[in-house]
Write a protein that binds this ligand. Structure first.
Ligand SMILES: Cc1cc2nc3c(=O)[nH]c(=O)nc-3n(C[C@H](O)[C@H](O)[C@H](O)COP(=O)(O)OP(=O)(O)OC[C@H]3O[C@@H](n4cnc5c(N)ncnc54)[C@H](O)[C@@H]3O)c2cc1C
Length: 490
């Protein structure tokens, strides 16, 4: 059973949450720091993703830092991005990389023992990504260090709501993952590090153990949000989730089966927007790039690129999306290939300042549920970087808030009254989450496909009707995504 109060309450035990906990305790030994998470096992995209490896983008010289910032800004002309957060991220990556090495994470090295720098998505010519393998061991490294520092853990609890007292975060309501009575934990500062919304999608590559409603939870707490429509999508086989690179279309000879059953050569569809694909043959615009040019550019990044010309390849494929969010191709050798754009990591979340502070005093966020350092397109390895840089900073700031505050947090009596508010309705929750998952994978992918506007309206309507707390937060997350999809912009 978690304690009724803590100095700092951290929600989520991924790379961001555990980094924050460590920095909090190292800066203020003796603070009561509690990490609550859905499970005590390695979880989320940090410690349980299917690659069992992660790259961290780190600049090791001023020239690299300048190049990184320049590249990120050039990739993100149409998103909310803070140059200050971006510069901090470039500046502090090396120190955070050294922390991870000291913690014992297994970074790949060359024969002489030097760290190996790899290329990254959207920056194919740089060698600034450093990769560690063995995610469960990485989790054990963090856990071991935190336990030795006296960190408290509450595994098996779902964060259900952030509490506020006089406009300031004062704790959180937790609900046992396997059912049971909710609980209020009072805290002087709360850090939300619950990962992104990928698991809300029917087709997702995000790691397990994350219900995916972190954005809804933050929005519900009143935090200003941005960039939620900018999720990463990668094509992979469905089922199976084997990564597939759209640049493969450059060989020619791929045929797409449209939802109405007709077959089209992919090259013939490149001129169509998703809307036009459904009305078929009437207009054919000439696309300015050859298939080979598009494929050569597309080969430089695994996720779909918002606003780049090579997105034409992904959008052509998306014109074949069926109602279950799957695209059926026939390969040049005649073999069928079923693919889905898999929700990966999100670039959106709560808008934070340089200390990880959201717009709600005492409420901090880091990792995949915070934004400002990312925009539409993220250079590979930048999420691990952000989780370390801003997890560290959020931990330091939460420790300072806790040290400077004397009260125990919100009054128990007020919160007891609120505990009754966590209505559950298992059948409606299941039906609603399934509906949302299918709809997100059908309409809220790749910036928004044909039909997303009516889907968004239905999300809003269902949110008004929903009574189950988890369904509400999930629909609120869905609404954040659909209402900020690039296609939804005026
Ligand atoms: C296959 C794959 C490969 C990737 N590769 C890279 C890469 O090479 N480089 C890179 O920078 N990024 C990569 N990413 C993205 C990156 O891994 C994640 O964005 C990052 O690890 C997120 O860290 P996090 O701590 O914010 O969230 P997570 O690691 O997802 O952790 C979230 C934590 O919160 C808990 N939790 C969630 N919801 C609740 C709840 N409601 N109540 C209680 N607990 C909850 C979970 O159990 C978990 O402990 C990859 C992602 C995937 C899926």
């Amino acid at each position: 059973m978690p304690p009724a109060s803590a100095d700092v309450l951290i929600l989520g035990a991924g790379l961001a949450g555990l980094r924050a906990a460590l920095s909090c305790l190292e800066s203020s030994p003796g603070l009561r720091v509690l990490v609550a998470s859905a499970t005590g096992a390695p979880s989320g995209s940090s410690f349980a993703n299917q690659n069992d490896a992660l790259g961290m983008h780190v600049c090791l010289s001023d020239a690299e830092r300048e190049a990184y910032v320049r590249e990120v800004l050039a990739l993100n002309l149409d998103a909310r991005l803070s140059p200050e957060l971006l510069a901090l991220q470039a500046q502090e990556g090396e120190a955070r990389l050294q922390d991870l090495i000291a913690l014992g994470l297994n970074f790949t090295r060359d024969a002489t023992g030097n760290l190996l720098g790899h290329s990254s998505c959207f920056s194919p010519h740089s060698r600034r990504a450093f990769v560690f393998t063995g995610l469960a061991s990485a989790y054990a490294c963090f856990r071991g260090r935190l336990e030795s520092q006296g960190c408290l853990f509450a595994p098996g609890w779902l964060a259900a709501s952030i509490a506020a007292d006089q406009g300031k975060a004062s704790g959180a309501f937790l609900v046992p993952r396997d059912g049971g009575a909710p609980l209020f934990v009072a805290a002087k500062a709360v850090i939300v590090a619950l990962g992104g919304p990928g698991r809300l999608f029917a087709h997702s590559m995000a790691g397990p153990g994350t219900p995916g409603y972190s954005h809804g939870l933050l929005a519900d707490a009143g935090a200003a949000m941005a960039n939620q429509g900018f999720l990463q999508f990668m094509w992979a086989s469905a089922p199976g989730r084997t990564f597939w690179q759209p640049a493969a279309l450059g060989t020619g000879g791929y045929r797409l089966i449209l939802p109405d059953g007709r077959e089209r050569a992919v090259e013939d569809l490149l001129a169509y927007s998703p809307d036009m694909a459904h009305s078929a043959d009437e207009t054919r615009m000439q696309y300015p790039n050859s298939l080979q040019e598009l494929c050569s550019s597309r080969a430089g990044h695994c996720p779909f690129a918002y606003g780049l010309e090579d997105s034409a390849l992904d959008l052509a494929l998306a014109s074949g999306l069926d109602d279950s969010g799957i695209v059926r191709l026939i390969q040049p050798d005649g073999a069928p290939l079923h693919l889905a754009p898999m929700a990966h990591a999100s670039n959106g979340g709560a808008v934070i300042d340089e200390h990880g502070q959201t717009s709600v005093p005492g409420l901090l966020a880091c990792g995949e549920c915070a934004t400002g350092m990312h925009g539409a397109n993220r250079i590979g390895g930048s999420m691990v970087l952000a989780a370390q840089v801003f997890g560290h900073r959020a931990g330091l700031r939460a420790a300072r808030i806790a040290r400077d505050s004397d009260g125990p947090g919100a009054s128990g009596a007020i919160q007891d009254e609120l505990l009754g508010g966590f209505a559950e309705d298992a059948p409606k929750q299941e039906e609603g989450l399934n509906w949302l998952a299918t709809g997100l994978s059908r309409y809220a992918v790749l910036g928004g496909t044909a039909g997303f506007a009516s889907f968004a309206m239905e999300v809003r309507h269902r949110l008004q009707e929903a009574r189950d707390w988890r369904l509400q937060l999930s629909l609120e997350t869905g609404l954040g995504i659909t209402s900020s999809l690039p296609a939804a912009r005026p």
